[in-house]
Structures are given as structure tokens and as C-alpha cells.
Design a protein around this ligand. Structure first.
Ligand SMILES: Cc1ncc(COP(=O)(O)O)c(C=O)c1O
Length: 460
């Protein structure tokens, strides 16, 4: 019913029946729809309220790259004119094509099938748009938990029913998810999507192994939901990639389900090119991409032309291989930072906390061994401030706002010295919490400094 037959064995899933009520109230933008026609030979366009570039003050832009003597010069004839002007809501067609080619190479997807890419001002914008396209306020949404607060924030504000898809050390717990979905009450609408971060999750730093992805894809088909693959840390993987990059949901979908069209993938250029440029890419089935673009043209018209022009000239200069080479260098940079932080944690937090070594991304997810009833929100907001330690308490990543003994520590910016000092201060927070607890609950303990080494004494 939902799938149009593609070949004898393979189908293309059509997500149109899953579209939200709200997206159907939006009409395509009246002006931007006509813009591609301006390029017809001989056409005189009186359509767009485009400013005349003669009044723009820029003559050319010169890009100088670190470690290279070559400069990229953008003149009016060579990219600058487009980069300073209004553009299409789905993004600069040349940049879209660049990414489509790249996705084919990275994820082995077939160019002829019914998918495409569009560009956004960061993947965050595209994530928000996609939720708008697929869901209405109040809908149930499966969300990988601990969850990225950038998504939880707007979902909570619109009163969504956030259904926590639990994770363990290896990413999404598929057994639990299957149990949850097979017991879903008959009289309640079912979730239409699962939001997940498969590589170096924010906040846990964990990556989802291929077998889990396969199980999730099977569940997606069985229970008819879309998979929103937010792979913001895909290019910052610390694992050995000599046999290729880990396969994404997008790459696996066809092989696992003999079907395409259930995966919507989000890539972000923030962690590898520039966060301030605001450049993200959505790759997904045509009906979803078209509707995301429809929202863009109605809301903020388009992603930044200037950013796209800079990115396109950089990517053309690099080519796919140069892009990946740059990512490998960035991954190595962060792998060293991760190792430094891991050594610091080992020295200062060994009996005071538990953590896994992140396999990708920018974060350590640390569980502090706190006294009963204590949580990291209280601890960080009071003592953390006093000791000069900022980290995000676990509660920020819990869609149900439950308090936890966990925190997210980002290792991307800290120096070696700061990493050691941060872990020492964290250890001090744990020790103080136990000291206070002992003073409060252990009869006869009146020593104002508490026990000499409360952590090891109480925990052992
Ligand atoms: C998991 C995840 N998704 C999306 C984003 C947003 O990325 P962008 O800067 O491309 O909007 C972030 C940013 O930190 C993130 O951690």
C-alpha cells in the first residue's frame, strides 16, 4: 500500500502518507518556483525582487587555505555574483550536485533512484524542517536517549510525546525498541519516525555497530517508521577506516530491506569546515526533500548563498579525495585530544566515575559515582561553579527530564593541562559530595572535613 514497486525484488517506499497535517497547509512559494525559468535562453525576467549587484561593494573574495600557498579567487564571473545574490530554496544547484555525487561515492546509493539532497543553514535547520514535514504537535516520536538537546528542545516546546528509545554501550537497544513497538497500544497513533545519531553520539560518544543498524532498519519496515540519521560526527571517526568508513543507514537500507526511501540522512559541515558558516545537507526521498524546500521558501527563503559559494569553491578545489583527507586530519587531531582526556580521566576519576572511551565525535559521557539521591545538575550548578568547572549535566539529555549522575564533557577545545585540571576538579566534586553525605548520614561523624578518603571508603 505504501510502496510503489520498483523492480521485482526492490521497492521504493513512498513516505507521502506520513506527511504532517501542517505541511499540507503550506503552498509552494510563488516567486521561487519561477526562478529556475530565468535561465531559459532569451527569457526577460521581471520576477524576483533581486537587488542589482552593481550596488554591492564586493569586487572579489580571496580564500587562503592553511598549509597551502594556493589561493582561491572568486570574481564576479567566477562564483561571486551567485554568492552575493538570492538563490534557490533547496540550495545552489552546483553544490547540491557536488553533494549528490559525494553521497553516491560514500554510501553507494544509486543515482537513478528517487532521492536527492538539499542544503540548509546547518543540519539543525534541516532537522527542524524535517520534523515539521513529518509530524504534528502532540505526535509520538521515537528519540534515541540520552538525546541531543537541540532536537529535544523544539519537540518539548510543541508538546510532542517523546518516546525514549534506550541505548546501551553499543548504541540503540534494539531488543527494547522491538518490545516497545510490538506492545504499542492499538488505540494510540504509532510513531512515524526514529531520531538517532549513529556515529559518536551527542552526548554519549558511542557509535552504533552495523548489526544494530540492520536490526533498526528491519524494525523500521516492520513498524512503518522513518529513520532520521543525524550523522553530525560521521567525518570525525577515530576507528580504523582502512577497510572503509562504517556503513550508514542510508548505505544499508537497500541491502537490508530490499527497499529505499525510509532513511533521511543529515550531514553537517560544522565540525570539519566551519560551524559559523552554517552548512548542512539533507539526503532523502524526493517527497520529503521537496516538502523541506517548500518550508524553506515559505520561512527563510533559502540557505546563505555566500556560504554555499565559499563551500563550493573549497570543495571543488579539494575534490572528494581532498575533502576526505581533510576529515582524516581532523579526526586525528581530535583522536589525540580524546586520548589526552582519557589519560586525565584515568588518573583522577578511576574510582570516582565510569565512562567509555568515545569512538567518534567530541564528547565523554561520564557517570559520576555519587552518593544516593545526588545528581549532576545540583552538583555542577552549585559546587561546579565554585570550583570553576562547567560541563552539561545529564538531565539536559533526558527527554523526560529525569535527573542523572551523568555529565557530558567536551574535549574539543581543552589543552592537555586543562584536561587534567578539569578531571581533578571533577574528582574533587565527587569527593566533596561523599564528604557532605557522610557528615549528614553517618552517625558520630563530626569531623568537619569528613573522612580522609570518603570515596574509596564508602564505595569499596
Ligand atoms: C547531533 C547533532 N546534530 C546536529 C547538530 C547541529 O549541527 P549544525 O551545526 O550543522 O546545525 C549538532 C551540533 O552540535 C549535533 O551535535
Amino acid at each position: 500500500m505504501m510502496s510503489a514497486t520498483h523492480s521485482k525484488e526492490e521497492t521504493t517506499f513512498d513516505p507521502t502518507p506520513l506527511l504532517s497535517t501542517r505541511i499540507q497547509r503550506y503552498a509552494p512559494g510563488a516567486i521561487r518556483r519561477l526562478l529556475p525559468l530565468e535561465n531559459f535562453p532569451g527569457m526577460i525576467s521581471l520576477v524576483a525582487g533581486k537587488p542589482n549587484p552593481e550596488v554591492f561593494p564586493f569586487e572579489k573574495i580571496t580564500l587562503s587555505l592553511k598549509g597551502s600557498s594556493k589561493q582561491i579567487i572568486l570574481t564576479q564571473e567566477d562564483g561571486l555574483a551567485d554568492g552575493l545574490q538570492y538563490g534557490l530554496p533547496g540550495g545552489n544547484p552546483d553544490l547540491v550536485k557536488w553533494f549528490k555525487d559525494f553521497q553516491c561515492e560514500l554510501h553507494g546509493i544509486n543515482r537513478d533512484q528517487e532521492w536527492t539532497c538539499c542544503i540548509g543553514n546547518g543540519s539543525q535547520e534541516l532537522l527542524h524542517r524535517t520534523f515539521q514535514v513529518l509530524t504534528d504537535p502532540g505526535d509520538p516520536v521515537l528519540i534515541e536517549t540520552p538525546a541531543y538537546p537541540g532536537v529535544v528542545g523544539f519537540l518539548q516546546a510543541e508538546d510532542y510525546k517523546l518516546v525514549q528509545a534506550k541505548t546501551d554501550r553499543h548504541g540503540l537497544d534494539t531488543f527494547e525498541l522491538e518490545r516497545l513497538l510490538s506492545r504499542w497500544p492499538e488505540n494510540q497513533s504509532r510513531p512515524k519516525l526514529l531520531y538517532t545519531i549513529p556515529t559518536g553520539s551527542n552526548p554519549t560518544g558511542r557509535s552504533c555497530p552495523e548489526q544494530r543498524k540492520i536490526e533498526i532498519l528491519r524494525l523500521a519496515k516492520r513498524f512503518n517508521f522513518m529513520v532520521l540519521e543525524d550523522d553530525a560526527y560521521y567525518f570525525l571517526n577515530f576507528e580504523d577506516e582502512s577497510n572503509g568508513k562504517p556503513r550508514s543507514y542510508l548505505a544499508l537500507e537497500r541491502e537490508v530491506n530490499r527497499e529505499i526511501g525510509r532513511v533521511i540522512r543529515f550531514d553537517s559541515m560544522s565540525k570539519i569546515v566551519s560551524a559559523g558558516m552554517r552548512l548542512g545537507v539533507l539526503t532523502g526521498p524526493l517527497p520529503i526533500v521537496k516538502n523541506v524546500i517548500k518550508l524553506t521558501e515559505n520561512i527563510n527563503l533559502q540557505p546563505s548563498s555566500t556560504t554555499q559559494m565559499l563551500a563550493l569553491s573549497l570543495f571543488r578545489h579539494w575534490g572528494h579525495a581532498g575533502f576526505l583527507e581533510h576529515c582524516a586530519k581532523a579526526s586525528e587531531f581530535y583522536r589525540q585530544k580524546r586520548d589526552t582526556f582519557a589519560s586525565a580521566a584515568e588518573i583522577h576519576l578511576k574510582h570516582r566515575a565510569i565512562w567509555d572511551i568515545p569512538t567518534a565525535g567530541l564528547f565523554f559521557w561520564i557517570t559520576l559515582r555519587l552518593p544516593p539521591g545526588e545528581d549532576t545538575f545540583e552538583l555542577l550548578s552549585k559546587k561546579g561553579m565554585e570550583y570553576g568547572l562547567l560541563a552539561i549535566p545529564g538531565v539536559a539529555f533526558m527527554p523526560d527530564n529525569s535527573k542523572t549522575c551523568q555529565l557530558r564533557a567536551s574535549f574539543s577545545l581543552v589543552t592537555e593541562e586543562q584536561a587534567y585540571e578539569a578531571c581533578r576538579r571533577m574528582a574533587q566534586l565527587v569527593d566533596d559530595a561523599w564528604r557532605d553525605w557522610v557528615r549528614k548520614f553517618v552517625p558520630g561523624c563530626t569531623d568537619k572535613n569528613g573522612l580522609s578518603n570518603p570515596t574509596t571508603t564508602v564505595l569499596s
